[in-house]
Design a protein around this ligand. Sequence first.
Ligand code: BES
Ligand code: ZN
Length: 632
Amino acid sequence: MRPIFTLPLAALLLTGTACTTMPVATGEPSMVAPILTSADAVDTLSYAQPQVARVTHVALDLALDFAGKSLGGTAVLDIAARDDAEAIVLDSNGLRIDSVTDGAGNALDYEIGAMVAEGGKGAPLTIRMGDARQVRIAYRAAENAEALQWLSPAQTAGGEHPYLFSQGQAILNRTWIPTQDSPGIRQTWEARITAPKPLTVVMSGIAQGAPEDLGNGRRAFRFEMDKSVPPYLIAIAAGDIEFRALSDRTGVWSEPSMLDAAAAEVADTERMVVAAEKLYGPYRWGRYDMIVLPPAFPYGGMENPVMTFLTPTFIAGDKSLNGLVAHELAHSWSGNLVTNAVWADSWLNEGVTSYFENRILEELYGKERAEQEAALAFANIEDTLAEVGNAPGTALYQPENVDPVGSAIIYDKGAYFLRTMESIVGRERFDAWLESWFDRHAFEPATSAMMLADIRANLVRGDAALEKRLMLDEWVYGPGLPGNVARPAAGAFAEVDAAVAAYPASGPVASARWASWNSAERQRYLRGLPQEIDAAGLAAMDRSLGLTQGTNNEELFLWLNLALANRYDAVVPRTETFLANVGRRKFVAPLFATLMGEGEWGRPIARRIYARTRPSYHAVTTGTVDRIVNGS
Ligand code: BES
Ligand code: ZN
């Protein structure tokens, strides 16, 4: 348990850039990150009132119940509050609260307010803490807690043991942790988790010693994160998993039967960490481990500190999709070190990370591959803009009242903003500034406005001509693509684009040429082909290129999507096995959308498959696909 301490009001209201160093009873310093108080840093997706009272540390003691598909136990929260604060407001969603006491065990009154189901905001949990600055909550997560997915043995590679993983971003952790679930309220944390043998538990914190055998068929695992993190980064996974070291500080977990393939796919991880440090400064989190999860994981990857979560669908056998690892690693700076204060500033996490990812790929694999990835990203932006025009959602800053238009904006346009700045000021100067930005705001929240102010103060430095060339406000607050965008090199895909252009007259590219292409080139080709191809054309292409048999999931997905959009019956069985085995929303949702767009042909197929596969998907995926298939 952590000692209780109080924080002076001045530190709570601090809006500057420095951390406040708080002496604690042990004499070690504890960093309490500032709360931003500007209007654009107020998190409308949280009930917390951090200027009054805020959580600084979370201590969890939880038991995993696989039979009941639930977890429960206690959360002890350390609080920093104004002297006159009598209550603290937490976020919760579906939690069953059994009791609340202060640190000494005295019962405290509490109240769960009105539930906002829409969007997952949940309900405020207000605790009348009086003078107490530590509270202990005994609780249980709901069986259908959205952050958690409890997999049956059949949903794992081994088929013998159940599995659990969590996904916290953006506001799902309030379904299993009663705390202030806002990216601007950083907290340190520790956990003790018990699980039935032989399951192993990992978390997004450093494991403390070997697991303790409890003698009742269960073991207890301990973890600690002593650097403050936004609470969406608290994550857990448990299953029949094994570890393989990749270097002194990196390694990978997966089910035993997948470990060889997983380790081979991420074999370049240590080199990536070295490259990232060379670019933007030391890796500050100690270890960098990864876990390759079962295919139900709804994302490609999630940057949980010291334990990146990865989909197994990026395993292609040739490291061709390991940009995913570069991306999640880069979040150790952009996202985990400097964190978007509110979700409207998501591009600060994802756009900066996508730029950083590309720079890591360039360091490891050279300019050509990096330029190809950049060209694919640019095509994403162009496709999105072609679809939605200059909709308000095409600005990087995305306040709540604006409809988001998909990942091409915050990821790819965000990355192109940084690429454009780099091209204008030069790489050396840009890199020095970006590293200094991470330094100045390390372990703190940041807003778009803070980023622009920082660019002006430390990069532009009053150079009016430079200010004008950068078009900073247009990039962040304006729609579409500013005119100064640093376009990708025209020749990145010269050969592929020629093959695409030749398709109508000459048919599919020769199989030998296809075999010589890397995955980026194949993806470019499959995306570039005409949208309408008849069954004979699709059959000829599949015969020659073996697409339906493919094992690279990015390529397979593009092929299935193209074929389904042309009502090509021959790919329906492969689509069905794909959708039954993969829960990654990026693949699953578009395939269902394509089927639903194909009227009398596609809709019955979509409904039949979804009735079968829905129970295997995470709430993140069903949340999207329900709307597509059921129109709800
Ligand atoms: N942090 C994201 C995943 C995320 C974003 C979860 C928003 C919840 C809300 C992660 O870093 C990510 O971007 N994953 C991508 C990988 C990629 C772009 C290489 C994904 O899952 O596809
Ligand atoms: Zn990301």
